[in-house]
Design a protein around this ligand. Structure first.
Ligand SMILES: [Zn+2]
Length: 248
């Protein structure tokens, strides 16, 4: 029974390919919500943040390196990758009728927490209780990589560099993939045809263009990025910082 439940769950779990990402409320799953928003209401945001911070005690007890929280129509799922093991332990609870995922997650955390406390009260050591629960829930068929958060990088540009992009008529997106130098050079050539003094262009504008070209080529030697670590379609926890991050 255990295996078949896991398999159905895996099939239902579409968290890495949810086409509606960003439209569903990150807390209750309601859709659609207003564009650009992450939650349908302030209460929703507060509720999920409270529950996720409640989970930190349990995650500490499990010595979690990474964890991920996701939910489907039928289940809430907490995946944990402890420092001690190479595999993921999956804690699952059936959704209760009418409950928000945050409420179900709270119940999952409280249930697991009380199971752990019960063992400790009955003379198991804390680390034994943690290991026991981790091993009991270990799912060898889940790739541990799925809960290691990826970095999402975005360009870091100074004010001056942003000005240069404008002069070259380039977009940020033009620089976010490979071949940045080629794009900068071809943008320069295109704009030089407009501003070159030999063909009647403005000398000052051409000088600005040349400077922008040089500056952006220098930038491309060592592009700067800022990044944040997160998972594509579910909440992720990083044990190193003891923080939960919303989906990318
Ligand atoms: Zn909501």
């Amino acid at each position: 029974m255990e295996t078949s439940t896991t398999q159905t769950l895996d099939n239902k779990l579409a968290r890495y390919s949810t086409p509606t990402r960003g439209i569903r409320c990150l807390s209750c799953g309601k859709d659609p919500i207003k564009p650009g928003r992450r939650y349908c209401s302030k209460e929703c945001r507060q509720q999920i943040n409270w529950v996720l911070s409640l989970s930190k005690g349990l995650l500490k007890a499990f010595n979690a390196r990474y964890a991920a929280f996701s939910f489907t129509k039928d289940h809430v799922i907490l995946d944990v990758l402890p420092v001690w093991t190479k595999g993921i332990s999956r804690f699952v609870l059936d959704r209760a009728n009418g409950n928000k995922p945050a409420e179900d997650l709270k119940n999952l955390i409280l249930e697991s927490g009380s199971e752990w406390h019960h063992m400790v009260e009955n003379n198991s050591s804390r680390s034994y209780a943690s290991l026991f629960m981790i091993e009991k829930n270990q799912k060898k068929n889940i790739d541990p990589k799925t809960i290691k958060p990826n970095r999402k990088a975005s360009l870091r540009l100074s004010k001056q560099e942003k000005k240069c992009l404008k002069i070259l008529k380039l977009d940020r997106e033009d620089l976010s993939s490979e071949g940045q130098k080629v794009k900068i050079k071809s943008a320069y050539k295109k704009m030089a045809k407009v501003h070159h003094p030999d063909i009647g262009g403005d000398a000052e504008k051409f000088r600005q263009l040349s400077d922008a070209h040089k500056e952006m080529l220098m930038w491309a030697e060592n592009p700067q990025y800022t990044s944040r670590k997160a998972l594509q379609d579910c909440w992720s926890y990083d044990g190193a910082t003891n923080r939960w991050s919303p989906p990318l």
